[in-house]
Ligand binder design. Sequence first.
Ligand SMILES: Cc1cc2nc3c(=O)[nH]c(=O)nc-3n(C[C@H](O)[C@H](O)[C@H](O)COP(=O)(O)OP(=O)(O)OC[C@H]3O[C@@H](n4cnc5c(N)ncnc54)[C@H](O)[C@@H]3O)c2cc1C
Length: 233
Amino acid sequence: MRQDVSHVDFSKRPFKVTAEGKDYFAKTVIVSTGAFANWIGLPSEKALQGYGVSACATCDGFFFKGKEVVVVGGGDSALEEANFLTKFATKVTLIHRRDALRASKIMQDRATGNPKIRFVWNSVVTEIKDPAQKKVLSVALKDVKTGQVSEMKTDGVFVAIGHTPNSELFKSQLDLDVKGYIKVGEGSTATNVPGVFACGDVQDHKYRQAVTAAGTGCMAALDAEKFLEAEHS
Ligand SMILES: Cc1cc2nc3c(=O)[nH]c(=O)nc-3n(C[C@H](O)[C@H](O)[C@H](O)COP(=O)(O)OP(=O)(O)OC[C@H]3O[C@@H](n4cnc5c(N)ncnc54)[C@H](O)[C@@H]3O)c2cc1C
């Protein structure tokens, strides 16, 4: 059954989950609501997703072997994506809206020392061409200090401006980290509420891969089963 959950009450057991106006009660709950990539918000970016615009270098980097790509962002994940992409691309241009990176020193050193990576500072992408051809040809860049607009040829655009976990629903119910990911115990899927487990991208700011999500999904099922068994023994 596929329904949108609008409210949960984990304050007492059985836990209450409200979906499309109906209340469901359960002894345990596994939360697996995922996370979404943050996008710049351009219509051309949306139109070209899957046609050269991506938010996941691990997933799509291979398709840019021998090509030139741009990475948008300036944090640790942007530099990680840029470094990873140099395994495939001939040139990686990192476009950052500020004149300094937010990333950690070690990541900055690695990126600045990589001869395949170059930086464009104080700039934002205002358009990606060409949705009509269903192919990335170039990006329009705007210098945020001077307002000057320029065009840069590229074969691909990787947007690396963070992810947002779908955890809004659980804000006052479960412990979340500063970025909103659900906190779980080390090597476990247990949340701070006994009987509530979390798996997949909603609790994973690091790997965010299908296989790791499926792995933690299996862990959550086993954790929930053990939890119920312990209660009834
Ligand atoms: C474009 C793209 C390409 C990718 N390519 C790869 C790849 O090649 N290889 C790889 O390993 N990984 C890839 N990933 C990452 C992979 O898809 C994720 O890591 C994985 O899907 C996470 O699984 P999940 O179950 O945690 O979350 P999701 O797959 O996001 O599933 C969460 C589900 O919860 C539902 N949901 C959310 N809120 C509610 C609510 N309130 N009520 C009811 N349901 C709700 C959503 O509708 C969704 O169905 C890619 C991701 C994207 C976006």
